[in-house]
Design a protein around this ligand. Structure first.
Ligand code: B12
Ligand code: SF4
Length: 499
């Protein structure tokens, strides 16, 4: 039977949807994959805090035509793609088809998602989609499928895939795969694996012959889940609805994945390991050696709890190019709110290790800002910690707190009467935030590499007394930054002028 799978994300990686496609193909179904990236949304010229994707009507028409003989259409959605999901579903819905939604948004908030589509998937989608397609093909009204909640039916039984090593390798087509080109407005078929050069992430690295070279990055999943349970994270819900344990893909399976990358995409030189806490794998040392022996460098996310000196040495030896660590906060009260007190404990030693032994290694530290429970003192606590301890090549990733439905933090927000816009972007962009605190600007000063002495001066009491006030937070700072951006856009002749 013919099935179409649609991914609106601005990266066409979509490991989950490709895995679903591979399972469906293995069962003999014809699968078509459509990727609809809108890269300009990620650009610094976009002023919307939400993902207001306005796909042209012509694209929706083309997609409708392309999917007209698919009896099942699947969409992958993160929370910030809720509106996009509704738009695509309206465009593709026909009397005879079934439109299924899966991904982080329906998993976290199925009760909301189900009001806009036929069926939602909670958690793993491979077996669920295979069963859905087979029931529809058999001509029965689909029902009673683990993880799938049908409109008007009872909440389903939930089941995680135990052995994720046994899943087929992700589907990269290229036959039957289409990618939307925002520049030309066309939905372009992929003809060869080489076409992926236009879509994989590229990054600069020092070349062996001196100077810099551009290399391609491939996103890889080696496990599902996280050993931690931060109160704001999707894992906080996944532990309830999917699996409490971290499911890992074994080394043999990883070797097959790495071989596939090398064979299909010889231009890829860097593997981006997307696992939530890669270093929690017991066999992490063997795996990074395998990555190195396969001819790749890599980047990965590390939790401060799983990063001993010996382990860091092994990562660096085997080709780590950037060390990304989630800190989120160092303020004790906020660490407790996020359930990260124990997890963050190792961060001082880790920073010290990098400062002493690997001063040239970039260390990207993820932080959460815009937390409505934090006081100025809490914000300064984390800032001062970074000013004191951040290694020389430390970089800062600033993310606004998004309170996702059904997480523990969401429950607290509801109890405390705090409203939250769950479908907004996390990445902090200075010109698209509705509120900007002065302390956030000071974080930003550190992020862009202003001398730490100057940053300390900017966070001194007189400045805080003058600027850390509602008038500046809600009005003066955000309005001024947007005005600067708008003026610059008009003067530089940019087409999209923000509202
Ligand atoms: C890799 C990754 C990215 C990559 C690539 C995204 C892509 N196109 O694939 C990049 C860096 C681009 C990215 C960006 C963002 N990401 Co991201 N990302 C991830 C990460 C680390 C892994 C995703 C993954 O591949 N998982 C493995 C696969 C197997 O799982 P899966 O995707 O959930 O798919 C399974 C099920 O959900 C289900 N399923 C999925 N789709 C469908 C469809 C159907 C029809 C069915 C039936 C089932 C189904 O079946 C799949 C297989 O079992 C996750 C965290 C995580 N561990 O999942 C965050 C995560 C998905 N990202 C998140 C966020 C917030 C973002 C951003 C919005 C952040 C921002 N900038 O503000 C951006 C914006 C995205 C954009 N513009 O495209 C959040 C989403 C939270 C939410 N409630 O939506 C997550 C969960 C991280 C987190 N813990 O907060 N991300
Ligand atoms: S460590 Fe990261 S991925 Fe794991 S639960 Fe906490 S925030 Fe989520």
């Amino acid at each position: 039977m013919k099935v179409s799978l649609v991914s609106p994300y601005s990266s066409i990686a979509n490991i989950g949807l490709r895995s679903i496609s591979a399972v469906l193909k293995e069962k003999g179904h014809e699968v078509q994959m459509c990727f609809l990236p809108v890269p300009s949304l990620e650009s610094s010229w976009n002023l919307s805090p939400n993902f207001e994707v306005h796909y042209p009507d012509a694209l929706m028409e083309e997609l409708r035509e392309l999917t007209k003989d698919s009896r099942v259409i699947g969409l992958s959605l993160m929370s910030n793609y809720r509106e996009v999901g509704i738009r695509i579903t309206e465009a593709l819905k026909r009397p005879g088809n079934t439109i299924a939604w899966g991904g982080a948004y329906p998993t976290l908030y199925p009760e909301d998602a189900l009001s806009n589509t036929d069926v939602v998937c909670i958690g793993d989608g491979e077996e669920a989609m295979a069963e859905l397609v087979s029931q529809i093909e058999a001509g029965t009204e689909p029902d009673n499928i683990p993880n799938l909640w049908f409109k008007g039916k009872a909440y389903p039984r939930l089941k995680a895939i135990e052995d994720i090593s046994a899943l087929p390798l992700a589907d990269f087509g290229p036959q039957g795969h289409f990618v939307y080109n925002e520049q030309t407005g066309a939905l372009v078929p992929l003809h060869s694996f080489d076409d992926y050069r236009n879509h994989f992430e590229r990054r600069r690295r020092p070349s062996a012959s001196g100077g810099d070279e551009m290399v391609y990055v491939f996103r890889l999943e080696t496990s599902r889940g996280c050993p931690h349970n931060c109160t704001y994270c999707q894992n906080n819900v996944l532990k309830k609805v999917q699996s409490k344990t971290v499911r890992i893909k074994g080394l043999d399976r990883m070797k097959r994945e790495l071989d596939m990358v090398r064979e299909l995409f010889p231009f890829v030189k860097v593997i981006s390991i997307e696992d939530d806490t890669f270093t929690a794998r017991k066999d992490v040392r063997e795996l990074v050696k395998l990555v190195k022996d396969s001819g790749f460098q890599f980047r990965c996310l590390v939790s401060p709890l799983y990063a001993s000196e010996e382990l860091v040495a092994s990562l660096v030896e085997n080709g780590l190019i950037i060390f990304t660590v989630g800190l989120q906060t160092r303020a004790p009260k906020t660490e407790k709110l996020y359930n990260r007190s124990a997890l963050n404990r190792g961060i001082d030693d880790l920073f010290e290790l990098f400062a002493k032994k690997y001063p040239d290694m970039p260390v990207l530290v993820d932080l959460i800002i815009d937390n409505p429970w934090e006081t100025t003192e809490d914000r300064l606590y984390t800032l001062n910690f970074l000013l004191d301890k951040l290694p020389p090549k430390g970089l800062i990733g600033m993310n606004s707190l998004v309170i996702y439905p059904n997480t523990t933090l969401w429950e607290k927000a509801s109890a405390d009467g705090i409203s939250s816009d769950f479908n907004s972007l996390k990445t902090w962009h200075w010109h698209r935030q509705p509120k900007i605190r002065y302390t956030t600007l000071v974080y930003f000063a550190l992020k862009i590499g202003l001398p730490r002495g100057l940053v300390r001066f900017l966070e001194s009491r007189p400045f805080l007394f003058l600027f850390e006030r509602d008038l500046f937070t809600n009005f003066v700072i955000p309005k001024t930054t947007r005005l600067i951006k708008r003026s610059y856009m008009i003067l530089s002749g940019r087409k999209t002028v923000p509202k």
